[in-house]
Design a protein around this ligand. Structure first.
Ligand code: ADP
Ligand code: ZN
Length: 623
């Protein structure tokens, strides 16, 4: 979330203990508005469904109440990495927390169990399948737990993009612990999934709290993918020495692209689920400790990667849904500083994804269930394709998808943070007329041909095939003779993405009209088209240098190096040591003593004690 805009100050009406703990433990000044409401529900142990985007600050909402109340709450979380990172972060803050998961050694496990018996922890993280074991349920009884937080709660719904069968078992919590508060957290947009979460968890009269999904510090761009390596390097060159994530569809793609980036001098590594757990862990670890800048990964990389200073997220392939896109791009700029998100789009990707969806149905044991789920997935993908190929403000489109109001796009210059509003994308004038020509060509050739042939006819080709079919004599022949073939092809795909045309499945897809396409032909509906053009020339997202003069930058770099050393020594992620935002404030304000340092963002009591002397020394050296 960008800075602290629009955050509600905690007033004296609110619990003063909240403000006190927020400053003392986290070093934060204010809660974000939705956080205040979620924490109130947490303190009252009223059931709640909290919907916030990635980076919205969900974790604080369930971390704060048990600390204040001196109780032990339980957090259910889907991934070990996610739990462990949070526990590491909390430990850095002097906050007593632990995680119970299958990755622990017998010794570590014994230690956690002892801590549980002694009531040492305020938060206990646990995987869903572990939570419902008899041993653990008894432990919960003994601890007298009165509140559960369910992180990534959409995993319980098969209508979501991340369904996990082990989450289903959480449905028993409500009956087993009738007195406890259950707090579900998710970033999911669709009402159907939200309703499903409430129903499955049996939430009682829950407070439904929906935060703002817009991420004003992220600049979104969608570019036609022409040269993956070159275009990726161009994005990365705008963020030299900074963190970035590049998402690819296949494991092989990640390996090839990472290798190509390394040759170009980028500190890049690949990551996918096919690597051994050890290798994956080591890679994640190097990224967290800032020993590696760029991770080229499948979507297996992400959850639990909370490095807050990621400056760019590149998609080398279209994501499966807008939720996925929001979640994956959401990993950029968590610290609220500017970051950019570039989607390198090729319509062929969507077809690849569709084939994967079809294959999943073929291989499923229960075809009926699988087909219903596949239909959900296809619908989500189509929405994403629409996002990629519509020349409208990207922030506005995302807000619309998440059913939220968005006013910035109406302002002059639009949102100022997407390729459309920055005027990097040229919409086609007379787009509807061009669309009508394409659609007529589909109709006149009998809805029986693929994209390639349609392009030939529209371009007015005089090939043997066109002549044999008699398509050179049609009125649509050569209707777009002045347009380059590549552009015509792009228009056809854009019309598919906007659902004016449909493609049959299979190896040789045929393009057909949809009801929406017929309306366009009749002039009852308009469409927008983008002129395909090579990569975005402008570097729009402000690099960190913008915030810092050369001298401050030097101190900032020294602080970063200092942080890297600490992270390596302790074996923890660098962002759990200190945030970029904290380092920037130190570089700018140059605190001369501990009291001044304690005023800064992210410096709570524990960090002041642990890191204060080292920081003050560095500042003095750079004085
Ligand atoms: P989520 O779990 O919703 O993806 P996180 O809990 O990881 O988000 O929080 C995202 C970032 O915002 C973290 O770097 C966190 O320290 C920061 N943050 C959370 N709440 C506040 C706040 N009230 N003030 C300042 N920073 C905050
Ligand atoms: Zn915009």
């Amino acid at each position: 979330m960008s800075g602290d805009h629009g955050q509600a100050a905690i007033t004296t009406d609110d619990d003063p203990r909240v403000a006190e703990a927020l400053r003392r433990v986290w070093g934060f000044e204010r809660l974000r508005p939705m956080q205040a409401a979620a924490i109130a529900a947490g303190l009252e142990r009223r059931d709640a469904l909290v919907v916030m985007p990635t980076g919205g600050g969900k974790s604080l909402c369930y971390q704060l109440p048990p600390l204040i109340e001196g109780r032990t709450d339980i957090v259910v979380s889907p991934l070990i990495a996610l739990m462990q990172d949070q526990v590491d972060g909390l430990t850095q803050l002097g906050y007593p927390a632990a995680a119970l998961h299958s990755g622990l050694s017998a010794e570590a496990r014994g230690e956690v169990e002892r801590g549980v018996r002694e009531g040492r922890y305020r938060l206990l993280y646990v995987a869903p399948e572990r939570l419902v074991t008899p041993w653990f349920l008894e432990t919960v009884d003994r601890m007298g737990t009165t509140a559960f937080a369910i992180d990534e709660a959409h995993c319980i719904s098969q209508w979501g993009h991340d369904f996990r069968t082990d989450y289903r078992q959480l449905a028993t919590l409500r009956d087993r612990f009738p007195q406890a508060g259950i707090h579900a957290y998710t970033a999911t947009a669709t009402p159907r999934v939200r309703e499903d979460i409430v129903a499955q968890l049996g939430l009682r009269d829950p407070a439904v709290l929906v935060g703002t999904f817009d991420r004003p510090n992220l600049t979104y761009r969608v570019l036609p993918r022409e040269d993956l390596r070159g275009q990726t390097l161009e994005v990365l060159s705008r963020h030299p020495g900074e963190a970035a994530i590049v998402y690819c569809l296949s494991r092989k793609d990640t390996e090839q692209l990472a290798a190509a980036l390394k040759v170009a001098g980028v500190k890049a590594e690949h990551y996918h689920a096919g690597l051994s757990a050890e290798l994956r862990h080591a890679t994640q670890d190097r990224f967290a400790r800032e020993a590696t800048d760029v991770i080229v990964a499948t979507v297996a990389f992400g959850m639990g990667i909370d490095r807050s200073n990621v400056r760019a997220v590149v998609h080398a392939c279209i994501p499966k849904s807008i939720e996925n896109y929001q979640q994956e791009t959401g990993r950029a700029g968590r610290d609220g500083l500017p970051a950019e998100c570039v989607l390198l789009y090729s319509p062929a990707d969507a077809m690849r994804l569709e084939r994967l969806i079809d294959r999943a149905v073929d291989e499923a044991p229960d075809r009926g269930v699988a087909e219903a789920n596949a239909e959900v997935q296809r619908g989500l993908l189509r929405r994403m394709q629409g996002f990629a190929s519509t020349p409208r403000c990207r922030h506005a489109l995302l807000a619309e998808y998440f059913e939220q109001a968005y006013e910035a796009a109406e302002a002059e210059g639009g949102c100022g943070a997407c390729d459309v509003c920055l005027d990097e994308v040229r919409g086609v004038e007379e787009a509807t007329v061009i669309a009508q020509k394409v659609l007529s060509c589909v109709a006149r050739t009998g809805q029986s041909f693929g994209v390639g042939h349609l392009v030939e006819v529209l371009a007015g080709a005089d090939s043997q095939r066109v002549r044999e079919l008699g398509h050179d004599r049609l009125s649509v022949h050569g209707l777009l003779a002045d347009t380059p073939r590549k552009a015509i092809q792009s228009y056809v795909y854009q019309l598919v993405d906007q659902e004016a045309l449909a493609r049959t499945p299979g190896d040789r897809p045929i393009v057909m009209l949809t009801p929406a396409g017929v309306e366009v032909m009749r002039g009852q509906r308009s469409v927008q088209l983008i002129r395909p053009r090579s990569s975005g020339r402008r570097s729009a997202s402000a690099p960190i240098e913008v915030h810092l003069g050369p001298a401050d930058r030097k101190l900032f770099d020294a602080l970063r190096e200092h942080r890297r050393t600490i992270a390596a020594e302790k074996g923890v992620p660098a962002y759990t040591v200190l945030h970029d935002r904290t380092l920037i404030e130190i570089a700018k304000r140059r605190p001369g003593h501990a009291t001044a340092l304690a005023q800064l963002h992210g410096i709570g009591e524990a960090k002041l004690t642990t890191y204060g002397p080292g920081i003050l020394e560095l500042v003095a050296e750079h004085g």
